[in-house]
Design a protein around this ligand. Structure first.
Ligand SMILES: O=C(CO)[C@@H](O)[C@H](O)COP(=O)(O)O
Ligand SMILES: [Co+2]
Length: 234
Protein backbone atom coordinates (compact mmCIF):
# COMPACT_ATOMS: atom_id res chain seq x y z
CA UNK A 1 0.00 0.00 0.00
CA UNK A 2 1.15 3.59 -0.59
CA UNK A 3 2.54 5.41 2.42
CA UNK A 4 3.58 2.10 3.96
CA UNK A 5 6.61 2.67 6.19
CA UNK A 6 7.83 -0.93 6.15
CA UNK A 7 7.70 -1.16 2.37
CA UNK A 8 10.16 1.73 2.14
CA UNK A 9 12.61 0.09 4.56
CA UNK A 10 15.11 1.62 6.99
CA UNK A 11 17.60 4.07 5.47
CA UNK A 12 20.54 5.54 7.37
CA UNK A 13 21.86 8.90 6.16
CA UNK A 14 25.09 9.99 7.88
CA UNK A 15 25.34 13.79 8.05
CA UNK A 16 28.88 14.83 7.18
CA UNK A 17 28.44 18.06 9.14
CA UNK A 18 29.82 16.10 12.11
CA UNK A 19 32.58 14.33 10.17
CA UNK A 20 36.27 15.09 10.44
CA UNK A 21 36.76 17.25 7.35
CA UNK A 22 40.47 16.52 7.24
CA UNK A 23 39.53 12.87 6.59
CA UNK A 24 36.20 13.35 4.83
CA UNK A 25 36.76 10.90 1.97
CA UNK A 26 37.85 8.12 4.33
CA UNK A 27 34.92 8.72 6.65
CA UNK A 28 32.45 8.56 3.79
CA UNK A 29 34.03 5.31 2.52
CA UNK A 30 33.80 3.92 6.03
CA UNK A 31 30.07 4.58 6.44
CA UNK A 32 29.41 3.29 2.92
CA UNK A 33 31.19 0.02 3.70
CA UNK A 34 29.14 -0.26 6.90
CA UNK A 35 25.88 -0.15 4.97
CA UNK A 36 24.83 3.52 5.05
CA UNK A 37 22.23 4.27 2.39
CA UNK A 38 22.98 7.88 1.42
CA UNK A 39 25.18 10.79 2.45
CA UNK A 40 23.43 13.84 3.91
CA UNK A 41 25.07 17.16 3.06
CA UNK A 42 23.96 20.13 5.20
CA UNK A 43 24.17 23.45 3.40
CA UNK A 44 23.76 26.61 5.53
CA UNK A 45 23.82 30.21 4.36
CA UNK A 46 24.05 32.20 7.60
CA UNK A 47 20.62 33.74 6.87
CA UNK A 48 17.97 31.04 6.98
CA UNK A 49 19.99 29.52 9.82
CA UNK A 50 22.57 31.27 12.02
CA UNK A 51 25.52 29.27 10.73
CA UNK A 52 27.63 28.66 7.64
CA UNK A 53 28.64 25.24 6.43
CA UNK A 54 29.53 23.96 2.96
CA UNK A 55 28.68 24.34 -0.70
CA UNK A 56 28.75 22.48 -4.00
CA UNK A 57 32.56 22.07 -3.92
CA UNK A 58 32.18 19.46 -1.20
CA UNK A 59 29.65 17.52 -3.26
CA UNK A 60 31.99 17.67 -6.26
CA UNK A 61 34.87 16.31 -4.17
CA UNK A 62 32.78 13.50 -2.73
CA UNK A 63 31.18 12.39 -5.98
CA UNK A 64 34.10 10.21 -7.12
CA UNK A 65 34.64 8.88 -3.60
CA UNK A 66 31.31 7.07 -3.11
CA UNK A 67 28.56 5.29 -5.01
CA UNK A 68 26.03 6.37 -2.39
CA UNK A 69 23.42 8.95 -3.33
CA UNK A 70 24.34 12.47 -2.17
CA UNK A 71 21.39 14.19 -0.53
CA UNK A 72 21.66 17.96 -0.16
CA UNK A 73 19.69 19.61 2.65
CA UNK A 74 19.44 23.26 1.66
CA UNK A 75 19.05 25.44 4.77
CA UNK A 76 19.22 28.61 2.71
CA UNK A 77 16.93 31.56 2.07
CA UNK A 78 17.09 31.35 -1.72
CA UNK A 79 17.47 27.69 -2.70
CA UNK A 80 16.63 28.39 -6.34
CA UNK A 81 20.00 30.08 -6.83
CA UNK A 82 21.92 26.92 -5.97
CA UNK A 83 20.00 23.95 -7.38
CA UNK A 84 21.70 23.73 -10.77
CA UNK A 85 25.17 24.07 -9.22
CA UNK A 86 24.58 21.20 -6.81
CA UNK A 87 23.25 19.00 -9.58
CA UNK A 88 26.26 19.81 -11.77
CA UNK A 89 28.47 18.84 -8.81
CA UNK A 90 26.79 15.44 -8.50
CA UNK A 91 23.84 15.77 -6.09
CA UNK A 92 21.09 13.14 -6.36
CA UNK A 93 18.46 14.62 -4.06
CA UNK A 94 17.71 18.27 -3.30
CA UNK A 95 15.73 19.07 -0.16
CA UNK A 96 14.37 22.59 0.25
CA UNK A 97 12.60 24.21 3.20
CA UNK A 98 8.90 25.02 3.02
CA UNK A 99 9.50 28.09 5.23
CA UNK A 100 11.21 29.97 2.38
CA UNK A 101 8.81 28.90 -0.39
CA UNK A 102 5.33 30.42 -0.37
CA UNK A 103 4.48 28.19 -3.36
CA UNK A 104 7.02 25.35 -3.71
CA UNK A 105 5.36 23.60 -6.66
CA UNK A 106 7.37 25.21 -9.44
CA UNK A 107 10.65 24.51 -7.66
CA UNK A 108 9.70 20.88 -6.99
CA UNK A 109 8.74 20.53 -10.63
CA UNK A 110 12.07 22.06 -11.69
CA UNK A 111 14.03 19.62 -9.52
CA UNK A 112 12.10 16.56 -10.69
CA UNK A 113 11.36 17.23 -14.31
CA UNK A 114 13.86 19.97 -15.24
CA UNK A 115 16.89 18.59 -13.41
CA UNK A 116 15.76 14.96 -13.22
CA UNK A 117 16.60 14.63 -9.53
CA UNK A 118 14.76 13.53 -6.40
CA UNK A 119 13.17 16.34 -4.44
CA UNK A 120 12.31 16.84 -0.81
CA UNK A 121 10.48 19.35 1.37
CA UNK A 122 11.66 20.04 4.90
CA UNK A 123 9.80 21.68 7.76
CA UNK A 124 11.08 23.17 10.98
CA UNK A 125 9.74 22.11 14.39
CA UNK A 126 7.49 25.17 14.66
CA UNK A 127 5.74 24.65 11.29
CA UNK A 128 2.45 22.69 11.51
CA UNK A 129 2.99 19.38 9.73
CA UNK A 130 -0.29 19.61 7.82
CA UNK A 131 1.33 22.39 5.77
CA UNK A 132 3.21 19.62 3.94
CA UNK A 133 0.05 17.74 3.05
CA UNK A 134 -0.70 19.42 -0.31
CA UNK A 135 2.74 18.46 -1.63
CA UNK A 136 3.15 14.90 -0.37
CA UNK A 137 2.37 13.36 -3.76
CA UNK A 138 4.83 15.71 -5.48
CA UNK A 139 7.92 14.90 -3.42
CA UNK A 140 10.27 11.97 -2.85
CA UNK A 141 11.18 12.92 0.72
CA UNK A 142 9.23 14.64 3.51
CA UNK A 143 11.86 15.85 5.98
CA UNK A 144 10.63 16.48 9.51
CA UNK A 145 13.24 18.47 11.41
CA UNK A 146 13.54 17.13 14.94
CA UNK A 147 15.72 20.08 16.06
CA UNK A 148 15.81 23.69 14.90
CA UNK A 149 18.23 23.62 11.97
CA UNK A 150 21.63 25.28 12.06
CA UNK A 151 23.85 23.08 14.18
CA UNK A 152 24.75 19.45 14.70
CA UNK A 153 24.85 17.94 18.17
CA UNK A 154 21.50 19.22 19.44
CA UNK A 155 18.93 17.19 21.40
CA UNK A 156 15.88 15.67 19.71
CA UNK A 157 12.77 17.73 20.51
CA UNK A 158 10.35 15.29 22.23
CA UNK A 159 7.27 16.83 20.55
CA UNK A 160 8.74 15.60 17.25
CA UNK A 161 7.42 12.09 17.86
CA UNK A 162 3.81 13.25 17.66
CA UNK A 163 4.62 15.27 14.52
CA UNK A 164 6.21 12.26 12.80
CA UNK A 165 3.14 10.13 13.57
CA UNK A 166 0.87 12.84 12.20
CA UNK A 167 2.92 13.13 9.02
CA UNK A 168 2.83 9.36 8.57
CA UNK A 169 -0.97 9.52 8.80
CA UNK A 170 -1.11 12.29 6.16
CA UNK A 171 1.18 10.29 3.87
CA UNK A 172 -1.09 7.26 4.20
CA UNK A 173 -4.24 9.35 3.73
CA UNK A 174 -2.83 10.90 0.55
CA UNK A 175 -1.58 7.50 -0.65
CA UNK A 176 1.74 9.24 -1.24
CA UNK A 177 4.92 7.30 -2.01
CA UNK A 178 7.37 9.68 -0.34
CA UNK A 179 9.85 8.72 2.32
CA UNK A 180 9.53 10.18 5.82
CA UNK A 181 12.92 11.39 6.98
CA UNK A 182 13.92 12.76 10.38
CA UNK A 183 16.90 14.99 11.07
CA UNK A 184 18.40 16.23 14.33
CA UNK A 185 19.39 14.54 17.58
CA UNK A 186 18.91 11.03 16.18
CA UNK A 187 20.73 8.48 18.34
CA UNK A 188 20.22 4.95 19.68
CA UNK A 189 17.23 6.03 21.78
CA UNK A 190 15.51 8.58 19.58
CA UNK A 191 15.79 6.45 16.43
CA UNK A 192 13.55 3.89 18.11
CA UNK A 193 10.96 6.54 18.95
CA UNK A 194 11.06 8.06 15.48
CA UNK A 195 10.84 4.67 13.76
CA UNK A 196 7.89 3.60 15.90
CA UNK A 197 6.16 6.88 15.02
CA UNK A 198 6.56 6.20 11.30
CA UNK A 199 9.90 7.56 10.03
CA UNK A 200 11.91 5.40 7.63
CA UNK A 201 14.95 7.60 6.84
CA UNK A 202 17.23 8.63 9.68
CA UNK A 203 19.84 11.37 9.42
CA UNK A 204 22.51 11.16 12.09
CA UNK A 205 25.68 13.21 12.45
CA UNK A 206 27.02 13.23 15.99
CA UNK A 207 25.71 9.74 16.81
CA UNK A 208 27.71 8.35 13.89
CA UNK A 209 30.88 10.42 13.61
CA UNK A 210 31.42 10.83 17.37
CA UNK A 211 30.65 7.24 18.30
CA UNK A 212 33.40 5.84 20.58
CA UNK A 213 33.46 2.60 18.54
CA UNK A 214 33.65 4.49 15.26
CA UNK A 215 31.26 5.45 12.46
CA UNK A 216 30.89 1.95 10.99
CA UNK A 217 29.73 0.40 14.25
CA UNK A 218 27.35 3.31 14.79
CA UNK A 219 25.73 2.95 11.35
CA UNK A 220 25.14 -0.77 11.89
CA UNK A 221 23.78 -0.29 15.40
CA UNK A 222 21.39 2.50 14.40
CA UNK A 223 20.08 0.50 11.44
CA UNK A 224 19.47 -2.52 13.63
CA UNK A 225 17.59 -0.49 16.28
CA UNK A 226 15.42 1.13 13.62
CA UNK A 227 14.62 -2.19 11.93
CA UNK A 228 13.59 -3.70 15.24
CA UNK A 229 11.42 -0.70 16.07
CA UNK A 230 9.66 -0.57 12.73
CA UNK A 231 6.48 -2.56 13.01
CA UNK A 232 4.32 -3.47 10.03
CA UNK A 233 1.45 -1.03 9.57
CA UNK A 234 -1.87 -1.53 7.86
O1 LIG B 1 20.34 19.66 9.32
C1 LIG B 1 20.95 19.44 10.34
C2 LIG B 1 21.22 20.51 11.35
O2 LIG B 1 20.69 21.69 10.92
C3 LIG B 1 21.36 18.06 10.60
O3 LIG B 1 21.48 17.29 9.43
C4 LIG B 1 22.49 17.83 11.57
O4 LIG B 1 23.73 17.82 10.94
C5 LIG B 1 22.30 16.52 12.27
O5 LIG B 1 23.28 16.40 13.24
P1 LIG B 1 23.05 15.61 14.60
O6 LIG B 1 21.87 16.27 15.30
O7 LIG B 1 22.74 14.20 14.21
O8 LIG B 1 24.34 15.77 15.31
CO1 LIG C 1 20.27 18.14 7.73
Amino acid sequence: MSGDQTKLGVKIAPSILSADFARLGDQVREVEAAGADRIHVDVMDGHFVPNLSMGAVVVRSLRPVTRLPLEVHLMVEEPGRFLDGFVAAGADTLIVHLEVLPDPRSMLEHIRRGLGKRCGLAINPDMPVERLRPYLRDIDVALCMTVFPGFGGQSYIPESTRRIAELRRWIAAEEAECELEVDGGIDAQTIVEAARAGANVFVAGTAIFSDPQGPAAAVQRLAEYARQAMTPRK
